[in-house]
Design a binder for this molecule. Structure first.
Ligand SMILES: Cc1cc2nc3c(=O)[nH]c(=O)nc-3n(C[C@H](O)[C@H](O)[C@H](O)COP(=O)(O)O)c2cc1C
Length: 168
């Protein structure tokens, strides 16, 4: 199957992962920033990269996904939360619900990505009774996210796509 990669990235984390996946793709594979896509995409097989916003793909990619039908799709994303967290599981479930059954979802991958300082500062400013207040646990998560995506994530992303390509 020939794929095209389309990613959406605000601060660069998802773009980095997209280009790592691109390295594992056959020669001639095309990669696009979603911002540069105009109108419908004719290709049948898509690898879509998003960043997580409230357990869903960022709104630009969410809107794009909602308009797709009859595609084979591999989805990947970066998020501030841990990839083995419940939040990550909910995100994957939401992605599946957005895409299926109009499309075939072939696989999903998530890894952590550095959270922008804008968001970290917002949490720090939240009042002590706010659900967004900066707890010890949250500080730890932000500090860990700041180290991602790293070489290990890149390797995992490449292995993920290679296993999908090899299964076809
Ligand atoms: C406005 C905003 C909302 C976010 N919401 C979430 C969220 O709900 N869950 C989460 O795990 N990470 C969240 N994040 C963190 C990003 O998903 C994460 O840092 C991601 O790697 C950013 O990707 P990018 O560099 O490709 O833009 C949020 C970041 C921003 C800026």
């Amino acid at each position: 199957m020939d794929y095209i990669i389309i990613y959406s990235s605000e601060t660069g984390n998802t773009k980095k992962v997209a280009y790592e996946i691109f390295k594992s793709m056959p020669e001639g594979t095309k990669i696009y920033d979603l911002q540069d896509i105009q109108g419908d995409v004719k290709e049948k097989n898509l690898i879509l990269g998003y960043w997580v916003d409230r357990a869903k793909p960022n709104k630009e990619m969410l809107h794009f996904m909602e308009c797709l039908t009859n595609k084979n799709i591999v989805a990947f994303g970066t998020l501030g939360a841990y990839p083995d967290s419940e939040h990550a599981q909910v995100t994957k479930k939401n992605v599946a619900e957005i895409l299926e059954p109009r499309n075939t979802l072939l696989g999903q991958f998530l890894c952590q990505g550095r959270i922008s300082s804008k968001i970290t500062e917002m949490f720090k400013r939240a009042s002590s009774d706010s659900p967004h207040r900066m707890t010890e646990e949250r500080i730890k998560k932000h500090q860990e996210a700041a180290k991602h995506p790293n070489e290990e994530d890149f390797k995992a992303a490449r292995s993920f796509i290679e296993s999908i390509l090899n299964s076809q």
